[in-house]
Write a protein that binds this ligand. Structure first.
Ligand code: NDP
Length: 279
């Protein structure tokens, strides 16, 4: 029987833990603060930003949301980032991506202080992760590791296959699995024997962005499958990268979509902001 790893429930539990820690911090006069900047009117980005705002309220953070017009210049945006970098009430700062085409995304990310980079996107944080120094871990990978640990299976010595090598998911999750002493393989669009690689995996992390791309015949019995994919079909339905139906009668673990990795991502953003305030 397929065992589902409930990300919604775990996210709720983690948020409650964060809320309790925030209460303790408040009694010492510290309120974790998160600032989010949104430029333009992208509907998906608006939803993400609203969800981040709501999560802040839920855990008791101070939050500032800047909704800037599409016409905002890069200079204006960089000035605001600079101000927030210096603002002691703000412990975490992020710019919701994508930014409008006239703004250089890289310049914007690099303007954020590494000490407030709670998304964990900056080279300083990714580099620290690589060499095993304390860092803000990118939120989605951090959520994946927490979900894997919920199975009670020891990651050490397991063969993990990550499909996808993006800087925000694939590469950092591979580094984090390595840190947990898994034997890690990273697959991508040029990988020749994907099915063979997957069939040897005790842990699979799918971060491809293609609906139902990984099917049951590619997964071995007992495997833990973390489905990061969030693919919106034409009928509006949200699907993952893993074909859940083909795993339904199998003895495996799977994170559902929706309700798996998704709810963990914002929760890990809250956790990173809390860690920043505690530093
Ligand atoms: P990217 O598009 O940046 O990366 C996709 C990766 O998949 C690339 O490395 C690409 O390889 C690889 N790939 C594409 N086709 C194949 C193939 N045929 N075989 C093997 N590998 C392939 O995506 P992201 O990492 O940003 O996101 C991946 C998915 O996760 C998306 O659905 C996204 O929406 C979702 N996501 C979900 C989050 C959440 O909170 N749940 C957060 C972030 C992302 P190559 O490098 O060779 O091109």
């Amino acid at each position: 029987m397929l065992k589902l790893i409930d990300g919604k429930q775990l996210a709720q539990k983690r948020r409650e833990e964060i809320r309790q820690t925030v209460e303790q911090l408040k009694s010492r006069g510290i309120v974790p603060g998160l600032a989010v900047i949104l430029v333009g009117e992208d509907p998906a980005s608006q939803v993400y930003v609203r969800n981040k705002e709501k999560a802040c309220q839920e855990v008791g953070f101070y939050s500032e949301v800047y909704r800037l017009p599409e016409t905002t210049s890069q200079e204006e945006l960089l000035q605001l980032i600079d101000d927030l970098n210096r603002n002691d009430a703000i412990h975490g700062l992020l710019v919701q991506l994508p930014v409008p085409a006239h703004i250089d995304e890289k310049a914007v990310i690099h303007a954020i202080s590494p000490k407030k980079d709670v998304d964990g996107f900056l080279p300083q944080n990714l580099g620290s992760l690589l060499i095993g120094e304390p860092a803000f871990e990118p939120c989605t990978p951090k959520g994946c590791i927490d979900l894997i640990k919920q199975t009670g299976v020891d990651i050490a010595g397991k063969k993990a296959v990550v499909v996808g090598r993006s800087n925000i998911v694939g590469k950092p999750v591979a580094m984090m699995l390595l840190r947990e002493n898994a034997t890690v393989t990273i697959c991508h669009s040029k990988t020749k024997n994907l099915k063979e690689e997957l069939l040897s995996a005790d842990i699979v992390v799918a971060a491809v962005g293609k609906s139902n791309f990984i099917t049951g015949d590619m997964i071995k019995d007992g495997a833990i499958v973390i489905d990061v994919g969030m693919n919106r079909l034409e009928n509006g339905k949200l699907t993952g990268d893993v074909d859940r139906a083909s795993l339904e009668d199998r003895d495996c673990w799977l994170t559902p979509v929706p309700g798996g990795v998704g709810p963990m991502t914002i929760t890990m953003l809250m956790k990173n902001t809390l860690e920043s305030a505690m530093r």
